[in-house]
Design a protein around this ligand. Structure first.
Ligand SMILES: Cc1cc2nc3c(=O)[nH]c(=O)nc-3n(C[C@H](O)[C@H](O)[C@H](O)COP(=O)(O)OP(=O)(O)OC[C@H]3O[C@@H](n4cnc5c(N)ncnc54)[C@H](O)[C@@H]3O)c2cc1C
Length: 462
């Protein structure tokens, strides 16, 4: 097959996984010809049309500016780089705990060199909150957290792009249709603009590429395993309620085992003085959050997710489908994300515009007031309510009537792909990394997986 262009390495996806692969290849193997194909736009052209005035909620753009483009799903994120093996993925199962931590620290150093200097590194080491949590049946997970903030994170991404743009070919607005292997072990990357060939192919398509990667694995006979889905709500409350925790730890990952069902409920993605935002995955609108580093851009609220992990056993395999169906239900009832006061939920009534307007917590996302008990399965909702009361003991005010709950928050996990200790598939030279592999679920782990694979490729060139 005649190809328009041949490369040594093609990277599919310009999220943190793809970017850090490109960065490391440019530094460690500058002789290689490398291209990055990205379905979304360059960083400066990424703009979500929601302006809070004319367009108040998600209009399902063909390519979601929040999820796609240079920077991937992380571009407008809070830029929280958690340096830990305790959560954020299971990369360490493939490459070892020490290497995983070493690479996360390396990524942190690059981020600092590229504009993140001066940002704070928080740590749970030696904190008094561990004891306080245990006394209240809660468990605080260990981590160091670099908080870049949405604004600094954007600046860092811009600087990394400027560093790479003359060394690597970036092809934006180009959704790769398929990947196939030739008889001589090269890869053909098929795009609407034509075919490209390469010796090594790094696939880093994130969550927005979850359906696509399933197809690629099926076509290439790469084994996949069904995974879990986490379902819950995003909690928004006055920042003062959690300020004793957030000022010391920034983000506290707290786990609670419910008394009723012994399910695990956990806090996730805590954003002090942040904003609640919509997230669009394959046309389904769910909720997420972020916050800025600059004080003048901060809100008076803190938000975080409360998630319940659902693992399924045979014969059911479609855990993401289950999460999508619940999210669709909220989209059907609310036209998007639903917001409800905790007090309304506990009184068994929907929230409405008047009750939200009277609330002492000003919502940072224009969501539809509604009733989350019509959306979330009872077992999940019971777990969330139990955890809100447990958190109220360490952060009094969490269970106030005016605390806002947005739903649903779904953390989709990609099918886990069969990759070895090099993050390579059963096809030599075809690597699957980042959240698209189902192995990582975070900025730090996805970025570390990118560096790891690039180093494997660079070593082979030496
Ligand atoms: C609002 C929000 C806030 C978040 N906050 C945090 C946080 O603070 N800390 C944290 O650790 N994590 C956070 N996350 C999660 C984090 O962003 C992801 O874990 C991380 O971006 C995964 O990186 P990745 O490179 O694997 O995939 P992604 O970042 O999803 O990038 C994949 C890229 O591949 C492209 N792509 C997909 N399919 C194709 C195709 N067929 N052809 C070409 N291109 C394709 C996509 O357009 C996308 O740009 C947040 C996520 C969201 C949405």
């Amino acid at each position: 097959m005649a190809c328009e262009k041949n490369y040594d390495v093609i990277i599919i996806g310009a999220g943190p996984g793809g970017i850090f692969s490109a960065y490391e290849l440019a530094m460690k193997a500058p002789g290689l010809k490398v291209a990055v194909f990205e379905a979304g736009r360059p960083l400066q052209q990424r703009k979500c049309p929601i302006d809070g005035k004319k367009i108040k909620s998600c209009i399902n753009c063909p390519s979601c500016a929040i999820m796609r483009g240079f920077g991937g799903a992380g571009a407008f994120s809070d830029g929280k780089y958690n340096i830990t093996n305790d959560f954020g993925g299971t990369l360490y199962e493939h490459i070892g705990k020490e290497t995983a931590l070493e690479l996360m620290n390396y990524v942190d150093r690059i981020n600092l060199e590229c504009g993140g200097e001066g940002t704070k590194l928080y740590s749970t080491a030696g904190t008094k909150f561990k004891k306080i949590c245990i006394e209240n049946k809660l468990r605080l997970l260990d981590a160091s957290v670099r908080h870049l903030g949405t604004d600094k994170n954007y600046e860092v991404l811009g600087n990394i792009y400027n560093e790479l743009k003359d060394k690597i070919d970036f092809i934006f607005n180009c959704h790769v249709d398929s990947v196939s292997e030739t008889a001589d072990g090269r890869y053909i990357v098929n795009t609407p603009d034509g075919d490209y060939s390469c010796d090594k192919c790094i696939v880093s398509v994130g969550r927005s590429g979850s359906k696509w990667i399933e197809k690629v694995c099926k076509d290439l006979n790469i084994e996949t395993y069904s995974n879990r889905v986490d379902i819950g709500v995003r909690v928004e409350l006055p920042a003062v309620v959690f300020s004793h925790l957030t000022s010391e730890l920034y983000e506290s990952k707290i786990v609670y085992r419910t008394e009723k069902f012994e399910d695990l409920v956990r806090t996730f993605c805590m954003n002090p003085n942040g904003y609640v935002v919509n997230e669009n995955t394959n046309g389904i609108v769910t909720v997420n959050g972020h916050s800025f580093d600059a004080p003048e851009l901060q809100s008076d609220n803190t938000n975080f997710a409360l998630l319940v992990a659902k693992h399924f056993s045979e014969p059911f395999k479609d855990s993401n489908g289950y999460g999508e169906s619940i999210a669709r239900l909220s989209n059907m009832l609310g036209g998007g994300v639903i917001v409800q006061r905790f007090g309304d939920l506990m009184r068994g009534r929907r929230s409405n515009d008047a009750r939200i307007a009277e609330s002492t917590v000003r919502p940072t996302l224009a969501a539809t007031p509604g009733d989350l008990s019509l959306v979330l399965p009872k077992r999940i909702l019971d777990g969330i309510i139990e955890m809100i009361y447990a958190l109220d003991k360490i952060a009094p005010g969490t269970a106030n009537d005016d605390t806002l709950l947005y739903g649903v928050e779904v953390k989709f996990y990609n099918m886990e792909v069969a990759i070895d200790e090099n993050l390579e598939t059963n096809h030599k030279g075809l690597y699957i990394i980042g959240d698209g592999s189902g192995v990582t679920h975070s900025l730090s782990h996805a970025s570390a997986s990118g560096v790891y694979v690039a180093r494997r490729i660079a070593e082979a060139v030496d």
